[in-house]
Design a protein. Structure first.
Length: 249
């Protein structure tokens, strides 16, 4: 078993003549909040879908929880949680029915499922919405339901793809408080993609991704010191600008 929660080597994904992910290499430590920072189209979602066993790499290799992303995708799906930017919820089902459905896909027994739904309702404060149609509840609460559905089976590794997209700043802050609790109290490894530059500050380490490449990877503090910038937004713009200038020359 690989000691890293996630490890990839020369990971590449090509669609026709378009290279979405270009020979990236990195590792994620157990219990770490690891951020993939980049604009839309940078390759973040394609990477996360390969790590979750949804897409096969064109080239390269990697492991998630010790399982090969090339050969053991079904085993990976059983030990991870995955929350896409659309939350993958069924609008015409109640919150309880959504949670029951997703819990069932992870093989939870009826007894365990009822208990986990009670726990999730308390943890994510969604008890008042359990019997409401999911399509009728506000976006910030849908976000909590999406996170609850992804963590019902207590996954070792949680993949969050643009989880705060479209929600207001207050809901984003509440979401990140929950993420800290999962990482620090439950010991989960969190892999999160975002294009909100200020959210990089919440991560233990962050990679800067641009047009399929990882341009740099380190702690937010180290990146700010390296590039003599006051915040991660300035770091990101500085790295992208210099990268594009280098390509131009």
């Amino acid at each position: 078993m690989n000691e890293s929660a996630v490890h990839v080597q020369e990971l590449t994904k090509v669609f026709g003549k378009f290279t979405a992910v270009n020979r990236i290499t990195f590792s994620v430590r157990p219990g770490e909040i690891f951020g993939f920072l980049g604009a839309n189209g940078a390759g973040k979602t394609t990477t996360i879908r390969m790590l979750c066993g949804i897409l096969l790499p064109t080239r390269g290799e990697g492991t998630v929880a010790g399982y090969s992303i090339n050969h053991e995708s079904e085993k990976i799906k059983q030990v991870i949680g995955y929350m896409s930017q659309r939350f993958s919820l069924y609008a015409d089902l109640t919150v309880r029915e959504n949670l029951s459905f997703f819990g069932g896909t992870y093989g939870l027994s009826n007894h365990d499922l009822r208990r986990r739904i009670r726990e999730a309702a308390e943890q994510y404060e969604i008890g008042d919405f359990l019997d409401h149609l999911t399509g009728d509840i506000p976006l910030g609460w849908k976000q909590r339901v999406g996170l609850a559905s992804a963590t019902l089976h207590h996954p070792k590794i949680l993949f969050l793809d643009e989880p705060t997209s479209g929600v207001d700043p207050t809901a984003r802050r509440q979401f990140w408080r929950t993420i800290y609790q999962l990482a620090r109290k439950a010991g989960a490894t969190i892999f999160v993609t975002t294009h909100y530059l200020e959210e990089a500050e919440y991560c233990d380490r962050v990679s800067i991704m641009h047009q399929g490449d990882i341009l740099d990877l380190d702690t937010p503090a180290a990146l700010k010191q390296r590039y003599a910038q006051p915040d991660m937004e300035s770091v990101f713009l500085h790295v992208i600008r210099h990268h594009e200038a280098g390509i131009a020359t």
